[in-house]
Ligand binder design. Structure first.
Ligand SMILES: NC(=O)c1ccc[n+]([C@@H]2O[C@H](COP(=O)([O-])OP(=O)(O)OC[C@H]3O[C@@H](n4cnc5c(N)ncnc54)[C@H](OP(=O)(O)O)[C@@H]3O)[C@@H](O)[C@H]2O)c1
Length: 262
């Protein structure tokens, strides 16, 4: 029996991460699932092990703790596994004025979506390089292409993830490692509930929304083909292209006046 490849997915207790877990199990991967809500991870583990006869390990971890990425990789080694496929997915957005939030909230956002993303990629690379095979998907967002928005640390964070993924892909392609920034637009998950903007999000037209299954399939296909950037869906692709050609002053005004989640 061929040895199965192993995928590490952060933020697997809900939304896009949970969908990635099911997709990669179906594709024949063993899984390591990370999030804070252990009850949800355990339910998912049992369901996927039963359905796909694959090994699923769960690790309860808070990625806002700077020690977490190293701890996750130690735990994986301890369980006799090593990572071939990383999905850096855990994330969220706050909807509050920058100057009014406590610093710890900004520090946590940066830790979860920039530092942990970067460190986990760094820590899985030695084994991927040794095997001359690896796949990394980093969840960016359509927000990385859209105009900067009032009070949102999030657009800057996702711009970093986009840029970092492209740079990493350039360095690692010659080693058989593909890196893709997956940049979804509005996707049906718990994201807007956590952000506290569900009522506003529900008013957006249907055409702007995608199912997490479509997003995950697009991201998986892109990383396997070696595409460094994946914007799923025609509508999102059109928004990203349109936004790129706008003059900077107009982008600024659009961002300032959009009041998307006020
Ligand atoms: N949905 C959208 O419209 C959309 C659009 C563009 C990009 N994205 C990106 O897609 C990714 C997934 O979001 P989603 O839409 O699937 O949201 P979601 O349904 O709210 O899921 C977020 C996941 O992140 C985990 N997470 C959050 N904070 C964490 C922490 N401190 N430590 C460990 N895990 C943490 C959550 O698990 P626990 O709470 O159990 O820890 C959960 O599993 C995010 O990076 C998001 O920025 C989403």
């Amino acid at each position: 029996m061929p040895i199965k490849r192993t995928a590490l997915i952060t933020g697997a207790s809900a939304g896009i991460g949970k969908t990635f877990a099911a997709y990669l199990a179906k594709e024949g991967y063993q899984l390591v699932l990370v999030a804070r809500r252990m009850d949800r991870l355990n339910d998912l583990k049992h369901a996927l092990e039963l359905q796909y006869q694959t090994r699923v390990e769960v690790i309860s971890a808070d990625l806002s703790d700077p020690l977490t990425p190293a701890h996750i990789l130690e735990e994986i080694e301890h369980r006799g596994m090593s990572i071939d496929f990383l999905v850096n997915n855990a994330g969220y957005s706050k909807n509050q004025p920058f100057a009014e939030a406590a610093w710890i909230e900004h520090a946590n956002e940066i830790q979860v979506m920039i530092t942990a993303v970067t460190e986990l990629a760094y820590r899985v690379l030695p084994n991927m390089k040794a095997r001359s095979w690896g796949r990394i998907i980093n969840l960016s967002s359509l927000a990385a292409f859209a105009p900067p928005t009032t009070s949102m640390l999030y657009t800057g964070i996702k711009s970093y993830v986009l840029n970092f993924s492209q740079a990493l892909d350039m360095e690692l392609k010659p080693h058989g490692i593909h890196v893709t920034a997956l940049c979804p637009g509005f996707t049906f998950t718990e994201f807007h509930d956590v952000m506290g903007t569900r009522a506003q999000a529900n008013k957006l037209p249907n055409v702007l929304w995608m199912q997490s299954e479509e997003v995950v399939k697009a991201g998986f296909d892109a990383v396997m083909k070696g595409k460094p950037v994946c914007i799923p869906g025609l509508v999102n692709k059109t928004i990203a292209s349109g936004s790129k050609i706008l003059p900077e002053a107009l982008r600024y005004r659009l961002g300032r006046d959009s009041h998307l989640f006020d």
